[in-house]
Design a protein around this ligand. Sequence first.
Ligand code: PAF
Length: 284
Amino acid sequence: MKIFKTRRELQSFALAEKRAGRTIGFVPTMGYLHAGHMSLIDIAREKADTVIVSVFVNPTQFGPEEDFDRYPRDFERDMALCKEHGADAVFAPETGEMYDADATTWVEEKKLSGPLCGASRPCFFRGVTTVVAKLFNLAQPDFAVFGWKDAQQLLVIRRMVRDLDFPVTVIGAPLVRDTDGLALSSRNRYLSSDERARALTIHKSLLGVRKRIEEAGNIGALETALAEARSAVSASGGRIDYVTALDLDTLEAPTPQSEGLLVAAAVFYGTTRLIDNEVIQFKK
Ligand code: PAF
């Protein structure tokens, strides 16, 4: 498995792979890999001739008060896992390598990135779309795999790819949970065992909303179901950023015409902000 530290090395490798007629599957990550990331690498491995994984904690998607400095990192373990899952190359640049010091160009999606995490983390999606656009130009992927765990991120990336004509197929991979139901996240390691036990309420509450909506087959009971979910999360000691449901296509308020719902939550336990979601498709 090759490990590239510079943008030019990665781009030369990727362009040579393309010239040789090989398809490229790409998995962008911020490292501290877990089984959720492995599932993305496995999908890329099935789809493409050459698999590239990036491991880069991207400073531009963190706000000034956020956890960029203490974001967990474990380079050796990440490399071992990538190798075990059949990655051909890993791109792991130092922070200073990724952006030119006087860079002045941003990629910004202006609609789907507005609500949910975009409302509480104003720099976040601009940082994500900018780094992912750069990574696409460097890794030249035919396929890029993103998890449904970060559902809004997946929708924003799909929109960017469509709007800017990137020749990349974006694959959404199912959210992976721990055996107790907690959505896997590199940030779970910040949780104390007590916080972790209480955080299971997020998933249980979202499942409660799913059950109510699926039983009704429409959004009639949505507000009541969301109110119950919010009460349960608050009672567990979670500080709610949002527990809400939006139209899956527009990320606007759902209507009776909505074909799908994104029921999504962002909740703090202690200082750790966790996100989770359930996607509900209506049969129309
Ligand atoms: O989902 C992530 O880990 C990051 O947002 C991504 C897509 C690697 C961009 O830095």
